[in-house]
Ligand binder design. Structure first.
Ligand SMILES: NC(=O)C1=CN([C@@H]2O[C@H](COP(=O)(O)OP(=O)(O)OC[C@H]3O[C@@H](n4cnc5c(N)ncnc54)[C@H](O)[C@@H]3O)[C@@H](O)[C@H]2O)C=CC1
Ligand SMILES: O=C1[C@@H](O)[C@H](O)[C@@H](O)[C@H](O)[C@H]1O
Length: 339
C-alpha cells in the first residue's frame, strides 16, 4: 500500500483535549494537518480554528466527515457523544482515534464493536495514552522478558489536584480509573473478572456528596490481584504510580521526580499539576503512532475490544460502589477480529 502524503484530520470536540490535539498536530508531530474542526459550541471551534490555516468549522460531525480533505478523525467530545461520532466515521469509512472512554457504558460499546465487525476490519484506536508513556512502556517490556517471574499483584495510585465542577462519585471510576483498567489488562495480559470497591469517609477536600477517595480491587483471569487508589481532590498534584509485584522482584513507575534541587536547608522536586503536563510525551507518541499507522493504511494500538472490556469493568465497578460487595464482570466472547 502506498503511504498517504499528509493526513487530513477532523477533530471533533475542541475543548481541553481536542484543542491540545490540534496544537500537537500543528506544532509537534509530522505527517498530518487539521482540515476540519467540529464542536456543538461553534464559537469554541472558531476560536481554535483561528490558530489553524485553512480548516473548515462545523457543528455537525457528519458534515465534517463528508468533506473530501478529511482522511481521518480524532474524537475528543464527551463520552456520551462518542457512539454517534464513531458510527458516522464507520459510514464514511474513516479511521478514528477516539479519546477514552470508547463509550460510557457496555451496551453502547458493544454496539460499536458490532458495527466495526460488520466493516470486517479495525477502524478505531482508543485513546488509552498510558500505553505510550515511556515509563509504562519500559515496565511492559520488563514484564515481557519474564526475568521477574509471574506478576502476582499490581498496586496503582491515581491522584488529581481537584475534580472539575459537576463530578459525581461514579466519575472517579468512569472517567479516571478507566486508565488503570486498561493498564491492568495491557500490562498483565489478563481480563478483569471481578471488582470490589471500598471508600473511606470522604476527604474534607471533596465537594459535598462525592465519595473521594475510593479503593478498588480487581481480580483477573490470570490469578492476579490489582488495587487502585483513586483520589481526585488530593490538592497537591497529579500523580500516577504503578508497582508490579512479581515472583522474583518488583518494578515501579511514576515517581517522576525529573529534577531534585537542594537549596536553603531543603531538598525536593516538583509534582505535575495535571495530565496534560504529566502525559505530554505519551499523547505526542500516541498521536504520532496513530498518524503513522493510518498513513500506512493500518490500525494499531488499543482497540474497540479494549474499549468495550473497560466499559464492562466500569459497569461492575459502579455497581460495586453503589451496592457494595464483589461484582463479577460480564464480558461477551472476544471476536476473532480482536484476537
Ligand atoms: N486521555 C486522557 O488522559 C484524557 C481524556 N479525556 C477525554 O477526552 C474527551 C474530551 O474531554 P475534555 O476535552 O476534557 O472535555 P471538554 O469539556 O473540555 O471538551 C469537550 C468539547 O466537546 C464539545 N462537544 C460536546 N458534545 C459534542 C458533540 N456531540 N459533537 C462535537 N462536540 C461536542 C463541547 O462543546 C466541548 O467543547 C472525553 O472523552 C474525556 O474522557 C479527557 C481528559 C484526559
Ligand atoms: O482521562 C483523564 C481525565 O478524564 C480524568 O478526569 C483524570 O482523572 C485522568 O487522570 C485523566 O487522564
Amino acid at each position: 500500500m502506498t503511504e498517504r502524503a499528509i493526513l487530513g484530520v477532523a477533530v471533533i470536540g475542541t475543548g481541553k483535549m481536542g484543542a491540545d490535539h490540534v496544537r500537537r498536530i500543528q506544532e509537534v508531530i509530522s505527517g498530518a494537518r487539521v482540515t476540519a474542526l467540529v464542536d456543538v459550541d461553534a464559537e469554541r471551534a472558531k476560536s481554535v480554528a483561528a490558530r489553524v490555516d485553512g480548516c473548515t468549522v462545523h457543528t455537525d460531525p457528519a458534515a465534517a466527515m463528508a468533506s473530501t480533505d478529511v482522511d481521518a478523525v480524532i474524537v475528543a467530545s464527551p463520552g456520551p457523544a462518542h457512539e454517534a461520532a464513531l458510527l458516522a466515521a464507520f459510514e464514511h469509512d474513516l479511521p478514528v482515534l477516539c479519546e477514552k472512554p470508547l463509550t460510557p457504558d457496555a451496551a453502547s460499546a458493544l454496539r460499536v464493536l458490532e458495527a466495526e465487525q460488520k466493516l470486517g476490519r479495525r477502524r478505531v484506536q482508543v485513546g488509552f495514552m498510558r500505553r505510550y508513556d515511556a515509563e509504562y512502556m519500559k515496565l511492559k517490556s520488563l514484564l515481557e522478558t519474564g526475568q521477574l517471574g509471574r506478576p502476582l499483584m499490581l498496586h496503582n495510585r491515581h491522584r488529581n489536584v481537584a475534580s472539575p465542577p459537576g463530578w459525581t462519585s461514579e466519575m472517579l471510576i468512569n472517567d479516571s480509573v478507566t486508565h488503570e483498567m486498561d493498564v491492568t489488562r495491557w500490562l498483565l495480559g489478563h481480563e478483569i473478572t471481578a471488582v470490589t470497591v471500598l471508600a473511606p469517609t470522604p476527604s474534607g477536600n471533596a465537594p459535598d456528596g462525592i465519595r473521594d477517595p475510593q479503593f478498588l480491587l480487581f481480580e483477573t483471569d490470570g490469578g492476579a490481584i490489582v488495587d487502585v487508589e483513586i483520589y481526585v481532590n488530593c490538592g497537591f498534584g497529579y500523580q500516577v504510580q504503578a508497582e508490579v509485584v512479581c515472583e522474583r522482584g518488583t518494578a515501579r513507575v511514576g515517581d517522576g521526580h525529573a529534577m531534585v534541587t537542594h537549596a536553603a536547608g531543603r531538598w525536593g522536586g516538583t509534582i505535575a499539576q495535571d495530565y496534560i503536563e504529566r502525559f505530554a510525551d505519551a499523547y505526542d507518541r500516541e498521536v504520532q503512532t496513530w498518524v503513522d499507522a493510518t498513513r500506512r493504511g493500518e490500525v494499531t494500538g488499543p482497540s474497540t475490544w479494549d474499549g468495550y472490556a473497560v466499559a464492562a469493568v466500569c459497569e461492575a465497578a459502579v455497581q460495586a460502589l453503589q451496592e457494595g460487595g464483589r461484582v463479577p464482570v460480564a464480558l461477551t466472547e472476544r471476536p476473532a477480529l480482536y484476537a
